[in-house]
Design a protein around this ligand. Structure first.
Ligand code: ARG
Length: 461
């Protein structure tokens, strides 16, 4: 029987299958660096509060740092018998520093410890993801800057609607990314709260100084209620929700790139650096990167729903169910980070917009029909009447297989006397895009201004 720190009140050893079922060391080892930092801060606080001597705290901190260096050099690999990362560290500490190691857990429970570790881990992970979002935004901004005057069909219902500036289209994703950064920044403030010192659930009889520990760990505030502190995982749900939205945004962009790369659209070509082939069909070039990003989105959503469900019926305070918080959040953070990294590379060097295809696309449809109606509006025709006139023109063109610009002026006049030769200039794709100059619209002037504002905000991050 492996002795556990709690085995004193037990007569028989744990069934090995149950021990393995109970153990979290297989995944919570991810927290080790934060567990070591949290423990070092706790030891310092115990000395600061007169609960341990300075020499004892020094010995503990020294031992913890040694475990850190063993971990970093691959010499600390706790096995499954260790139950969890907290016990693994404590046991190794006692091996390294002797009896004094047994004083580390004074005035602490694994319940407030694990919450502290997870918050420290998440704080770091949020910073990394925000950094990756910044790089993603940078790449989008650079790409958009090259394509202010490139036109692309704009769609509603995936039907050609009105042409837009490609930069305007890309700027839509920049807006989403900015909201993602803002959301993570707000969540970070709620993550940055120290639960350490809440004990198992009720606080402690010892004269600890919670403010001191919190300060050592860079937490901005302290949790107010010990029961809430050890059982709160709202921040996990919030992060998973933010991760889900990042994934939604990346997945929508992925879907567009996949469509654009298809034979049917051919708006982008995939470079060899970011595409893959088929084992069977020699001609294939597949957009695996955006497909995987789109696919990983499902996993991230699953983790969000999983965590909400874990929390749903939990009575206060800590319950072992909470150990189920980790695998999902670890995987979600990893998936979001790797997706952002891959999408940044895809945008920078994986896709090449095809100017001829894009230019051809906006010429070959009726996406200037609204502009023909607006032409009449400018001549004083009520919009609803103008709309009806152009509808009839479109119906006529569809029957005679002509585009609006191909219809002679005499025929236009047959539909309404207000049409004149200047109509043709008013309905070229370039004119119609340039003319949508309302704030936030796709007019080139607006897009340049929006790019400038986005650039300034990016610099500000
Ligand atoms: N491995 C546990 C977890 O992740 C640590 C806390 C255990 N606390 C307890 N009272 N059994 O939740």
């Amino acid at each position: 029987m492996t002795a556990t720190p709690w085995s004193a009140r037990f007569e028989a050893g744990l069934h090995p299958t149950v021990a393995a079922f109970n153990a979290s060391i297989g995944f919570d080892i991810e927290l080790i660096e934060y567990d070591l930092s949290g423990s070092a801060a706790h030891a310092r606080m115990l000395a600061h509060s007169g609960i341990l001597s300075e020499a004892e705290a020094e010995a503990l901190v020294g031992g913890l740092e040694q475990i850190r260096s063993e971990w970093r050099t691959g010499r600390f690999c706790p096995g499954l018998e260790q139950e969890d990362v907290h016990y693994a560290v404590e046991r190794r500490l006692v091996e390294l520093v002797g009896e004094v190691g047994k004083k580390l857990h004074t005035a602490r429970s694994r319940n407030d410890q694990v919450g502290t570790d997870l918050r420290l881990w998440l704080r770091d992970r949020i910073d990394r993801i925000v950094g990756r979002l910044g790089a993603f935004q940078r790449t989008l901004l650079d790409l958009a800057a090259c394509h202010v005057e490139t036109l692309i069909p704009g769609y509603t219902h995936l039907q050609r609607a009105q042409p837009v500036s490609l930069a305007h289209h890309l700027l839509a994703y920049i807006e989403m990314g900015e909201r993602d950064i803002e959301r993570l920044t707000q969540i970070r403030a709620r993550v940055n709260v120290c639960p350490l010192g809440s004990g198992a659930l009720a606080g402690t009889v010892l004269p600890i100084d919670r403010h001191y520990t919190a300060q050592l760990l860079g937490f901005v505030t302290l949790s107010e209620n010990s029961l809430d502190a050890v059982s709160d995982r709202d921040y996990v749900v919030e992060f998973l929700a933010a991760a889900s939205l990042i994934a939604v945004h990346l997945s929508r962009l992925s879907e567009e790139i996949i469509l654009w790369a298809s034979q049917e659209f051919r708006f982008v070509a995939l470079t060899d650096r970011c595409a893959t082939g088929s084992s069977l069909m020699p001609q294939k070039k597949n957009p695996d990167v955006p497909e995987l990003v789109r696919g990983k989105t499902g996993r991230i959503f699953g983790h969000l729903m999983g965590m909400l469900t874990v929390l749903k019926g939990l009575p206060l305070a800590y319950n072992k169910d909470l150990q189920e918080d980790k695998e999902g959040i670890f995987d979600a953070a990893r998936s979001v980070e790797s997706s952002l990294e891959a999408m940044t590379i895809l945008l920078a060097e994986g896709i090449v917009f095809q100017p001829d295809r894009l230019a051809g696309a906006v010429e070959e449809d009726f996406s200037n029909a609204t502009d023909a109606a607006d032409y009449l509006v400018r001549k004083g025709v009520p919009f609803r009447e103008a709309y009806g006139v152009i509808g009839a023109v479109v119906k006529h063109c569809l029957k005679s297989q002509a585009l609006l610009r191909e219809l002679p002026i005499a025929q236009w006049r047959h539909f309404h006397p207000a049409f004149d030769e200047d109509l043709y200039a008013a309905i070229t794709p370039r004119t119609v895009v340039a003319a949508r100059n309302s704030y936030g619209g796709t007019g080139f002037e607006q897009v340049r201004a929006a790019l400038g504002r986005a650039e300034a905000r990016w610099q500000g991050h």
